[in-house]
Design a protein. Structure first.
Length: 418
């Protein structure tokens, strides 16, 4: 590991600070400056879901927490250490309760974000959390973290490998979003706006029946796993977290040999979270075990999977208005009888499925490819940042999203979204 050296983060950063800490409820506006929170920071990428905005005047009044492309945003509480680079197209932003690291010329932003997202980085952060009631990643601690750093030129090559994989994943995500939006629009056009294809073939098929959602399939609640049944090996136990963010290294597992087979599911099955956050998904991450607070939904005879999936998805706003519970909002099984869905005649159901099913299947294949790409990234990551897998002598082509890398010691490059 020639020329690798021991450093503290503060020694290779322009500065390390914290995002705005304080009440924000009265500051949010419909449009304005993007305001990032912990939930917007995911490993290697920004999540734009539920993005908040603040007025320009407030943005200017909290200058310390301003973000610019190339900054590394790091989660303090919740999932401390999770990091991503502020992308080049997010020219102006602010944030709340995040650690902001602005790399100096010796530090590639994608490289340091990879460090934090690695198992090594997560252990490093986890061993330095502070706070009695709610543990968090302290800025002072962040500045003093010690790392073994390769030369900038080698960091750039490591970053190129990781960003290349991230770009492939991001491209898949864009294609998936397009496919799913096309399928969703067909459902909306046919069964919300009630505008069916004009064809003699469907002339007698335009009648729809209002049917309780409960009758369109079986809704099996997950298995109540005991803490003693949570292990490190076996099938992943899918909870609300996995439904939202995917299976990860921290997902508990179980061999499944003592779990009733009805709680096992796999690719193509519908999973519906009925507690906490209401989410429905066609599963794509391989064989798994269903935890309580999730339904495995099996379509009834004559009901297509994709019709049932979109029926649940379009009903979620109704379910959200029916949730109960003081600590964790949830729906009750009776709500499945209360919410009714427009169900078409068999020929129209078949026509819908013939249009939508290929779109959903293609989206599922892309999701499965992305799972494999993430697995490759996770396998490479610890070897790259530890120096066990050296890339300094390799002629690595930088991915299109990365600008031409400057010589070591030059000003930092513009950051690229991963």
């Amino acid at each position: 590991m020639n020329r690798w050296r021991d450093i503290k983060i503060k020694e290779v950063s322009e500065y390390v600070t914290v995002g705005f800490v304080g009440s924000m409820a009265d500051q949010y506006v419909e449009t304005g400056v993007p305001f990032l929170r912990s939930l917007n920071i995911q490993p290697f990428r920004l999540n734009y879901n539920d993005l908040k905005y603040i007025p320009e005047s407030f943005h200017d009044s909290i200058k310390k927490s301003k973000l610019r492309p190339g900054d590394v945003a790091i989660v303090r509480t919740g999932y401390p250490g999770t990091a991503c680079v502020i992308p080049a197209d997010l020219l102006d932003a602010n944030c709340s309760d995040l650690v902001i690291l602005r790399p100096g010329p010796e530090l590639n932003p994608h490289y340091i974000a990879a460090i934090f997202n690695s198992s090594f980085g997560q252990s490093l952060v986890g061993g330095n959390l502070v706070g009695a009631a709610q543990q968090h990643f302290n800025v002072t601690v962040a500045k003093e973290l010690k790392l073994r750093l390769p030369p900038r030129s080698e960091q750039d090559k490591i970053a190129a490998v990781l960003v290349g994989l991230n770009d492939l994943i991001a491209n898949n995500q864009r294609r998936i979003a397009l496919l799913e939006s096309m399928a969703e629009e067909i459902y909306r056009e046919w069964f919300v706006r009630m505008r069916f294809p004009k064809s003699d073939e469907y002339a007698n098929q335009t009648q729809v029946d209002l049917v309780p959602l409960e009758q369109l399939g079986t809704f099996l609640n997950g298995y109540p796993f005991d803490p003693t049944e949570l292990h490190d090996e076996g099938l992943p136990i899918v909870k609300i977290k996995e439904l939202n963010a995917g299976v990860c290294a921290g997902t508990p597992r179980n061999a499944g040999d003592k779990i009733p087979s009805r709680y096992k599911f796999g690719n193509g099955d519908i999973v519906f979270s009925w507690s906490g956050s209401l989410v429905v998904q066609v599963w794509h991450q391989g064989p798994a075990l269903l935890n309580q607070h999730l339904f495995k939904v099996t379509p009834a005879t004559g009901v297509s999977r994709d019709f049932l999936y979109f029926s649940i998805k379009f009903a979620i706003p109704i379910f959200e208005s029916l949730t109960t519970g003081a600590t964790m909002q949830h729906i009750k099984r009776k709500e499945l009888r209360f919410v009714k869905v427009r169900v078409p005649q068999p020929l129209l159901m078949k026509a819908f499925d013939s249009l939508v099913s290929p779109l959903i299947e293609k989206a599922l294949r892309l999701k499965q490819i992305s799972v494999k790409l993430r697995a490759q990234r996770e396998a490479l990551l610890p070897r790259l940042i530890s120096g066990k897998l050296r890339v300094d002598a390799l002629d690595i082509q930088f991915p299109p999203s990365m600008q031409e890398q400057p010589p070591e010691g030059a000003a930092q490059p513009a950051a690229i979204s991963s």
